[in-house]
Write a new protein. Structure first.
Length: 139
């Protein structure tokens, strides 16, 4: 888990600001609108519900994900001054780290991560990507 957290923190600090710089205010609003469409939001919420249930059943502490989410929110907000965007992106990173904590793998979530890794803000229809999320993060 330590290696994953180091990789994610490095990505957040070094790559996420660059990704955000590629977009403008209109892009952010369009991206958020696309994320609210059924194709994206239902998949995201489905994974969220599975992970939330597992955290409740196992009584897992959310300190790691809360710390990461806060870091992402503050960074995104400081760069964009867009609180909704900061919330969405920080929620993505919370979902990613929590799925790793419970060893839940989902090919759609893999694609969500790969969008970030490829320098994009995830939105619209994501094509599922086979593999293990941990491996995709470490590579």
């Amino acid at each position: 888990m330590e290696q994953i957290l180091k990789r994610l923190n490095s990505f957040i600090e070094n790559d996420l600001p660059h990704i955000l710089s590629k977009y403008n205010e209109d892009d952010f609003d369009r991206i958020l609108d696309e994320r609210d469409e059924v194709a994206f939001s239902e998949r995201w919420m489905g994974i969220f519900d599975i992970i939330e249930e597992e955290f409740k059943e196992r009584k897992i502490d959310k300190t790691i994900s809360a710390t990461l989410r806060e870091k992402v929110f503050k960074l995104v907000y400081s760069i964009t001054n867009h609180s909704d965007l900061a919330s969405y992106i920080s929620d993505d990173y919370g979902l990613i780290i929590q799925s790793i904590e419970i060893k839940h793998n989902d090919w759609w979530l893999n694609s969500l991560w790969l969008e970030y890794k490829n320098g994009n803000l995830p939105h619209g229809t994501l094509v599922e990507t086979e593999g293990e999320l941990i491996d995709l993060i470490i590579k």
